[in-house]
Ligand binder design. Structure first.
Ligand code: AHR
Length: 632
């Protein structure tokens, strides 16, 4: 009987499965020997995690459950992006910039002047959302707006289906008073409608008058019903990756193009009306609705730890700060650490409690800056040392991450970034095999194989899997790794950077082949590596062998990046004879991929295989296999 006779347990995919063939065991055939009692090194318990920044409409128009685009009425003259005049019957409307707002942070508004002439007339404004608004049946949408009205006005707030004009959910708000006030409302969608992104919001009035609007918000359902929270589907996709940490916020978003446009955390906390918003280096305005506390709550909801990235006095267009001028930025970092970790007796711990989260968050790692090897002024050594000295004086318990190689100041960890194509990634697999173990540990804080757009194709998944095999083998050194970027809104204009792990529009979301490679690798990882010896394999064949001690399971990962099958004699002397579980990710070519329209082309297939200490096994072309093998 074929030793690898397969029973497909969970056929998760529609893609063609080539199967695990068998070949005759012969002296010449390529061999992989796995000696599970020859322990090599520990696997970091925090190896796989997430990195986040506002890019590709990751928060606004993505994870953040807000439906309204430009809710704070950024404008050029009378033109407010994503807002349009709207009317019913013979209603008329004029839109203008309002010169005041509900607070210092939002100090302008949209002034709407309504004229109605008879019954049935209504006029006001419409918001187009982020390439539409995702509306599902029988779902409650929680909204709010700030307004001042010269005379009492009833606002009719409706979610409208684009194709039919039908109001699928509605609410009213009675606006009154010449002073700014906040109004809240809830609307529940009709039961019979189809879930769709083809919706917009209208706020119409049936009386004449003038009303000024600011911070118009409509939130969809959120993960764990968290107020001001995140889209459940995207959180569930992340949860399935079994991450251990969230690097927040990473990337260029931390630095901003200029110092003024950095991630200034103090302007991202507290009531939304006190958040001024800011321009991100990816050329759009961030609402900062997903601010520092929301990042931390995102960690809490996924039961993971933050890796806190603090702004370190360098911005992308080259502005940088040294000497005494660094002091306020260092103080901001100390305050930020206190906001995250301090109890409520501390100044910033008390602010966090006032913001709604009395409990402190766990923290072990602090990253100082982002990609500071781009700072050609050479100021990073000084900046790192100044931040490190101040942080270590107050918080000696935290591990500090430097973002450039050979940083002076004794970093605990160094952040390395890699963006490559599949062939380049294959060449990178052995990068850390002989690396110095006496220096800082390594955080691969951003990495990805970049083929496929907007999300990676199967060739990228092969590159990723090969690289992950290398990271697992070197996980005594590599303590953490995070793919980047994590998310992309796939609508035209939504993407600033390809390839991105998870794609979505206003209503749907999907995982790329690379996403499924991550899921498989992170969910099947042991606590130590074991000795492997290979011979005769093709140059695009990679593997990782880790063992879960308590469960007595070998997690064997085999990656065949070649367009030919890899015949193999597998020798695992300690394998228990019996059944192993096989997860297969296979693509007919490197170009095949998942899309928002066809999200299930490449997905893992789970099957069982009869196992014994020595057997022959063909790893098909273009295939990633993760095999859980019980040990004696
Ligand atoms: O992940 C995209 C960008 O790549 C990040 O913002 C930056 O850190 C890197 O250069």
């Amino acid at each position: 009987m074929n030793p690898l006779a397969r029973t497909v347990l969970t056929p998760l995919i529609a893609s063609v499965f080539l199967g695990l063939g068998s070949s005759q065991i012969s002296a010449q055939s390529p061999t992989l020997k796995v000696e599970t009692d020859a322990i090599l090194s520990p696997v970091s318990p925090t190896l796989y995690g997430l990195m986040t920044e506002e890019i590709n409409y990751s928060y606004d128009g993505g994870l953040y459950a807000e439906l309204i685009r430009n809710r704070t009425f950024q404008h050029r003259g009378k033109s407010f992006a994503s807002w349009l005049p709207a009317s019913r019957g013979n209603g008329e409307v004029e839109i203008d910039a309002g010169l005041d707002g509900p607070g210092a942070a939002l100090s302008s508004s949209m002034k709407v002047t309504i004229k109605v002439h008879g019954a049935g007339d209504e006029a006001g404004v419409a918001n187009t959302g982020f390439w539409g608004m995702g509306v599902k049946p029988s779902t409650t949408y929680a909204g709010g707006l700030y307004a001042k009205a010269e005379s009492p006005m009833k606002a009719h707030i409706r979610l409208i289906a684009d194709q039919t004009g039908e109001a699928v959910a509605e609410a009213t708000a009675d606006l009154s008073g010449a002073a700014w006030k906040q109004y809240e409302f809830k609307m529940t969608s009709k039961s019979g409608i189809a879930a769709s992104a083809q919706h917009h919001l209208e706020i119409l009035f049936d009386q004449p008058g003038t009303v000024s609007l600011q911070l118009v918000s409509v939130m969809g359902p959120t993960y764990h019903n968290r107020a001001n929270g995140n889209r459940p589907d995207l959180m569930e996709l992340m949860a399935a990756m079994k991450p251990n940490f969230l690097r927040l916020p990473g990337g260029n978003y931390l630095e901003g193009d200029t110092i003024k446009e950095r991630f200034n955390w103090k302007e991202t906390i507290g009531p939304l009306v006190d958040r001024p918003t800011h321009r991100s280096p990816w050329n759009y305005t961030s609402s900062d609705g997903l601010g520092l506390l929301e990042f931390l709550e995102w960690c809490e909801d996924l039961k993971i730890e933050p890796v806190l990235a603090v702004y370190a006095g360098y911005s992308l267009k080259g502005e940088h700060v040294t000497g005494k001028d660094l002091e306020p930025f260092i103080q901001d970092a100390l305050d930020e650490i206190e906001y995250v970790t301090g109890d409520t007796s501390t100044k910033w711990g008390a602010v966090r409690a006032k913001n709604g989260h009395p409990a402190a968050f766990p923290l072990h790692y602090i990253e100082i800056g982002n990609e500071d090897y781009f700072d050609k002024s050479g100021s990073y050594d000084e900046r790192f040392q100044a931040f490190a000295k101040a942080i270590r004086a107050k918080y000696p318990q935290y591990k500090l991450i430097s973002t450039a190689p050979n940083t002076k100041g004794d970093p605990d960890v160094q952040d390395d970034h890699y963006y490559r194509n599949p062939e380049e990634m294959f060449l990178l697999v052995h990068k850390y095999d002989d690396a110095d173990r006496k220096g800082p540990k390594i955080f691969v804080g951003e990495w990805a194989t970049r083929t496929g757009s907007p999300t990676p194709d199967f060739g990228a998944a092969l590159g990723d899997a090969a690289f992950m095999a290398g990271m697992e083998r070197n996980s005594d050194l590599i303590v953490m790794a995070a793919y980047a970027p994590l998310m992309v809104n796939v609508n035209p204009g939504g993407m600033q950077w390809s390839s991105d792990l998870i794609g979505y529009d206003a209503i749907r979301s999907y995982g790329s082949p690379s996403y499924y490679a991550q899921v498989l690798f992170a969910n099947h990882l042991g606590d130590h590596t074991v000795k492997t010896t290979a011979s005769g394999e093709n140059p695009r064949f990679f593997w990782s062998a880790t063992v879960s001690t308590a469960e007595k399971v070998l997690h064997l990962k085999l990656v065949n990046g070649s367009s030919s099958a890899q015949p193999l004699t597998l020798e695992i002397p300690n394998a228990a004879s019996g059944s192993a579980t096989v997860y297969t990710l296979h693509g007919a070519s490197r170009w095949i991929t998942n899309t928002i329209e066809h999200p299930d082309v490449i997905k893992p297939v789970k099957s069982s295989a009869t196992w014994k200490p020595q057997l022959s096994h063909d790893v098909p072309a273009n295939t990633i296999e993760v095999i859980d093998i019980p040990l004696k």
